[in-house]
Design a protein around this ligand. Sequence first.
Ligand SMILES: [Zn+2]
Length: 322
Amino acid sequence: MRMPVVLASVFAVGLSIGTIAAEPTPTDAARGPAAAPSSKAGEASQPAKLLFSKKGLPSIGKAMAIGFYPRGCLQGGVELPVTGPTWQVMRVSRNRNWGHPELVKFLERFAPRASKATGWHGILVGDMAQPRGGPLPFGHTSHQIGLDVDIWFMPMPGHVLSKDERENTSAINLVSDDWKHINPTTFTQAHIAFIRTAAEQPEVERVLVNAAIKKEICHMQGANHPSWMDKLRPWYGHNDHIHVRLKCPPDSRNCRHQEPVPKDAGCGKELDYWFSDKVLHPKIETGKPAKPPRPLMLADLPPGCKGVLDAPAKQVHQSNVN
Ligand SMILES: [Zn+2]
């Protein structure tokens, strides 16, 4: 049975960290030196997600987020080490633990703060960006300029995870099956502390969570709406992780700022939309297969992205797991 478009996108985001088996993963070769630059004709005719996912290493050059979160690329990306004192990277085989240095620095600061606020050993980091950013072959429309990161609702265990554990552990779902409420058996006070700590960081532009989680936090806060709640935005999926988006770094001049979040906690009527039939039970148009959107081509990205794609690889020592 065909999934309705909106639900399909819920699943696309919802499944982005939960399952891996059915999704293609970069091969080990993708983590090695970058392939030779492809020919001009080849670049023009292939979706940009294929070109960027082939690059196993970042480009040389000053670190710069180029373009917009769902349409851009990353120059001079840096890697978040896969194991830190208070974080571990999940799904390492995807080779998406890259970002603008500001994102890596943010995670290195945020992980110990979140650990302290929650009592967890640390955080589990999901997808960031590919080594050169750009569109991804599966899982996300954003995460393209090295300023987005998914962080799991599951506390980091007290041991260093094996390769297998990082590939196969499923995230914790905080939302009930009807997508209207939180799941009281998985949702804890520590999750609220975790979300609040992320939204309180000044470099954070917004934090995306499922609407049921936003609704619960609105409910628990009552009339008291501290300003961090403005940054907490409801979005499809995000039932097993938060998505943290950083502001454009000041020296990334070609990074496009997102419209600032409204100065409002967003706990009123606007939240109702997310629980409407339109979102939760979209109509299925029978007999009309939904057309997948046209994939982004290199020409759709900012001009600087061609240079990023074709640039020599930066020589880096990558961290790894056993
Ligand atoms: Zn995300």
